[in-house]
Design a protein around this ligand. Structure first.
Ligand code: PRP
Length: 177
C-alpha cells in the first residue's frame, strides 16, 4: 500500500509550493535585511517548511525549534496547550519569525505568541505556509501566508494524520473514512 492511495486530490503540488516558498523567502530576506532574525520553527509540522524556507533566504539568520503539546485530545475546543520543548536560545532583543505549517483555530500560535512576548523580543512575527480562515477561533495576525486554503483535511509537506504522510512532497486532501 502506498501513502498516496488515500490522497483524493493534490491541493498544492511540490512545484507550486517551491515557487511560493521562494517568494516568501525573498520577501523575508528583504524585510529582515541586517537584522539577523531567528526563524523559530513550531514542530513537528513546520519542519519541512522551515528547511525549505531557510534555504531561500540568503541573508544571515538563525534557526531554532519549539514543540507544543495539548493536555488532551480536545485542544481544538479548549485551547489548553503547553510548551513541550522550548527554544534553545534567548530571544531577548532579537527579531523572531515563527514558522508554522498551518493555522487552523489559531490557538496554538496565540499561546506561543503570548508566551514568547514575555521574553521581550525586538519583534515577533508569524510565517505560515497554510492558513484556514474558516477555522479561525481567535484573532491572530499573520504576517506571511503561503496559501489560504479551504477547510479540508490536508496532509503532506510536514502535515500529518496520526504521524503519517509528513513525507509527501505535496499538500493533498486525505480521504475521510
Ligand atoms: C498543528 C499545526 C499547528 C496547529 C494548528 O499541529 O502544526 O501547530 O496544529 O492548529 P490550531 O491553529 O487550531 O492551533 P499538531 O498539533 O497537529 O502537531 P504537529 O505539528 O506535531 O503535527
Amino acid at each position: 500500500m502506498s501513502l498516496t492511495d488515500n490522497i483524493i486530490e493534490v491541493l498544492l503540488s511540490a512545484e507550486v509550493i517551491r515557487a511560493r516558498v521562494a517568494e516568501l523567502g525573498a520577501q523575508i530576506s528583504h524585510d529582515y535585511n541586517g537584522k539577523n532574525p531567528i526563524l523559530a520553527c513550531v514542530l513537528k509540522g513546520g519542519l519541512t517548511f522551515l528547511a525549505d524556507l531557510s534555504r531561500t533566504i540568503p541573508i544571515p539568520h538563525e534557526i531554532d525549534f519549539l514543540a507544543i503539546g495539548s493536555y488532551g485530545p480536545k485542544m481544538a475546543k479548549t485551547g489548553v496547550v503547553r510548551i513541550m520543548m522550548d527554544l534553545e536560545g534567548s530571544i531577548e532583543d532579537r527579531h523572531v519569525l515563527l514558522v508554522e505549517d498551518i493555522v487552523n483555530t489559531g490557538r496554538t500560535l496565540a499561546y506561543i505568541v503570548e508566551n514568547l512576548q514575555t521574553r521581550r523580543p525586538a519583534s515577533l512575527r508569524i510565517c505560515t505556509l497554510l492558513d484556514k480562515p474558516d477555522r479561525h477561533a481567535v484573532p491572530i495576525p499573520l504576517d506571511y501566508v503561503g496559501f489560504t486554503i479551504p477547510d479540508r483535511f490536508v496532509v503532506g509537506y510536514g502535515l500529518d494524520f496520526r504521524e503519517k504522510y509528513r513525507n509527501l512532497p505535496f499538500v493533498g486532501v486525505l480521504r475521510e473514512t
